[in-house]
Design a protein around this ligand. Structure first.
Ligand SMILES: Nc1ncnc2c1ncn2[C@@H]1O[C@H](COP(=O)(O)OP(=O)(O)O)[C@@H](O)[C@H]1O
Ligand SMILES: [Mg+2]
Length: 351
């Protein structure tokens, strides 16, 4: 294997405190892998282990076939972009971009061409002579990306690269990053974010982290449609999570009411969690109907978010904008299709 990143049971500890716990994960050549998780879950630490800024206490890091665990950062040939642009304020854009090339001792004659190419790719060619302070935040981040690309890395590490930008700029930059990746189809990208929209938009696969551990890994569609854990279900998209008891083959009960969904071989009597996405819960009668009362209504433009009190549970339903907004306390029926619900926990196996 020429490119790609492989974590082989990598653990990192600070002062005896394990902040990355036996991470095993492979990023294929040319793949965009998002590391998604809440703050403090170990994402940056994992990235820094690839870059060589932290040394694992256990495990090995591979770039392609090469074990780089003991290699210093500048010998790894990796491009890295962090949240706070981190440009050198006293250097012009072109010299910022040339920095990695000079550090790498690239042939002098090649440097201007490589700098121009990287600035071209990020749409910053017209700004080569400027200083960082003469650029907007978004432009500075483009320069940081150009600097990372100038060394023509096989591996690009991005640590929350858009989180310092405002929302509108962020979505534009997301599209830019997707385009860049299409132009560099062989580069493996590890993209750290706590923002599920960024992960869902950009990543070929998402690795979900929580409390120093990898919780789940799959394509955005897999994680969204078939989450394996409650954590993934609620962190990737929105979820209704209901405590149910398996009643038999493809049947569960919620407070005694029977509901149909695939039970994947879980034994009757087992406690489990039913997960159904709010936009797959419909208003009115249908399969898996539940009676409840409107507890809250939020208008969200194209949709209404209804909170429905069913027994002791509060169900979220995102329905198409309603002509007549239901009133608080109204009695309603909601329903969902058996194939739109997933059973989680209690010995549920893949399949
Ligand atoms: N240099 C450090 N020294 C001590 N603790 C650290 C250091 N860097 C990170 N940590 C701790 O490691 C944990 C994971 O941090 P980090 O990888 O930065 O998380 P994330 O990027 O997911 O927010 C946190 O609890 C953080 O406080
Ligand atoms: Mg971080």
């Amino acid at each position: 294997m020429n490119g790609g990143i492989r974590f082989d049971a990598v653990s990192v500890a600070y002062g005896g405190n394990t902040v990355l716990d036996s991470l095993s994960l492979t990023v294929e050549p040319g793949e965009v892998m998002a590391l998604l998780g809440p703050s403090g879950s170990g994402k940056t630490t994992a990235l820094r282990a690839v870059a060589g800024f932290v040394r694992p206490v256990f495990g090995r890091v591979f770039l392609g076939d090469r074990d780089v665990t003991a290699l210093p950062p500048h010998k790894r040939g990796i491009g890295m972009v962090v949240q706070q642009y981190a440009l050198f304020p006293h250097l012009r854009v072109e010299d910022n971009v040339a920095f990695g090339l000079k550090a790498q001792k690239a042939p002098k004659g090649e440097i201007p061409g490589r700098v121009a190419e990287a600035l071209e790719m990020t749409g910053m060619a017209a700004y080569a002579k400027r200083y960082p302070r003469e650029l907007s935040g978004g432009q500075q981040q483009r320069v940081a990306i150009a600097r990372a690309l100038a060394i023509r890395p096989n591996v690009l590490l991005l640590d929350e690269p858009l989180s310092a930008l405002d929302a509108q700029l962020r979505s534009g930059m997301l599209a830019e990053l997707a385009r860049l990746h299409r132009e560099l189809p062989d580069v493996s990208i590890l993209y750290v974010t706590h923002d599920q929209v960024e992960a869902l938009t950009l990543a070929d696969r998402i690795a979900v982290m929580d409390r120093a551990r990898l919780q789940d890994c799959g394509t955005p569609q897999e994680l969204y449609r078939r989450p394996r854990t409650e954590f993934t279900a609620s962190f990737v998209g929105n979820a209704n999570l209901l405590p149910v008891t398996v009643a038999g083959r493809d049947a569960v009960t919620l407070d005694g009411a029977e509901l149909a969904l695939a039970t994947s071989g879980v034994a009757a009597g087992a406690a489990a969690t039913l997960c159904v996405r709010p936009h797959l819960v419909g208003l009115g009668d249908g399969p898996n109907a539940l009676r409840g009362r409107i507890a809250e209504v939020q208008w969200r433009g194209a949709t209404h978010r209804l909170y429905v009190e069913v027994g002791g549970h509060r169900l979220k339903a995102d329905v198409r904008e309603l002509r007549e907004t239901p009133a608080l306390g109204d009695e309603v029926t909601v329903h969902f299709a058996p194939e739109d619900a997933v059973l989680l926990g209690a010995g549920v196996t893949d399949g």
